[in-house]
Design a protein around this ligand. Sequence first.
Ligand SMILES: Cc1cc2nc3c(=O)[nH]c(=O)nc-3n(C[C@H](O)[C@H](O)[C@H](O)COP(=O)(O)O)c2cc1C
Length: 405
Amino acid sequence: MLNAIRKVTDDLYFVGANDHRLELFENIHPIPQGVSYNSYLMMDEKTALFDTVDWSVTRTLLENILEVLDGRDLDYLIINHMEPDHCGSIEEILIRYPEVTVVATEKAFDYMRQLRIRSIDNHKTMIVKEGDSLSLGKHNIVFVEAPMVHWPEAMVSFDTTDGILFSADAFGSFIALDGVLFADEVDFDRDWIDEARRYYTNIVGKYGPFVQALLKKAATIDIKIICPLHGPVWRENLGYILEKYDKWSKYEPEEKGVLIPYASMYGNTEQVAQVIASKLYEKGVRNVAVYDVSNTDTSYLISEAFRLSHMILCSVTYNLNIYPKMEYFLREMKLLNLQNRTVAIVENGSWAPQSGDLMEKFLDDEMRMVDVLNERVTLNSALSEGNLTDIDSLVEAVVDSINND
Ligand SMILES: Cc1cc2nc3c(=O)[nH]c(=O)nc-3n(C[C@H](O)[C@H](O)[C@H](O)COP(=O)(O)O)c2cc1C
């Protein structure tokens, strides 16, 4: 093979590509380890391509397809999701394979027109809805609607012959594949889970109830392989990733532990965050994650907030407000629907500390099912002897809450 193509099964080929050049996914989330855009080509009596890739790697996709088709024509292009990182090459496929039939939901066809995929109306199309199926010969493909996972038009396709779920954005992950195809070829729980969580929580996190609906449908079919649109394919231990998705989409913490994001200009608030973290370890808590909100991209904080059960928000008062980077994190948590967490507050201010009240009001008024502990610590510029009792009470309250949850 001239190209980096791998076989998922005897009839199914991975023909996607890696991207190490994109700095920000969706122009917002850093991806220091890259990302893959997955596309799969089924070679049966009829040939079918499941989704395409981002425009930037179209050349690789086209060469991969040419090599696998080996002179045959492409019969079907099945579009599960119309986000441009997956639909970016549709037009090129249509130009090169004029006889191809495009298979998608009605909404997906609307988006093709919105996105100015000009030649779609000159092509054979097949609009599918929940339960429709398509025979490729040996393989029978059933279409299952998956609205808001993560766009309204999304569907997943299920090959009933081999039990393969083409799961669109569900079960995806950041990190370029770089030769890997299957999740069982890496130490996923050590090396990939943090980026899988950061991908899910920031990209799909808001749509938990829709993911729950998809998981319920998935429970009724016999899935043997999951082919997502980013990251590795799952063929072993599917329960591992299904369980993670179940937790994340129910907004249940994965682990007991404490996230301590701090906003500090000159280090005094940071010092208190460190003191609190030390005291938590002294009290036997083992899962404490301390982050400076100024030098940690919010996507990482969101991911940690989904992972852990407790949070201690530490912020200076900044022009009578919450420190902007902390405020941004709070707003993102709200937008992504995070809930079911216990939170304690540390505030700092030299003349009119306000960040504590403002953070508490935000948590109470804007977020759902967030329990704010009464034990607050208020610093005036810097830690003083007078704060120590309050710090101990806050730590005690967090430890009690962890132990009694
Ligand atoms: C630009 C700026 C704005 C501030 N605004 C307020 C304020 O509105 N109210 C207040 O009580 N303190 C205010 N402060 C004081 C800080 O909250 C105070 O310096 C705090 O101790 C900083 O803690 P740190 O060492 O963790 O940065 C402000 C400080 C700066 C630099």
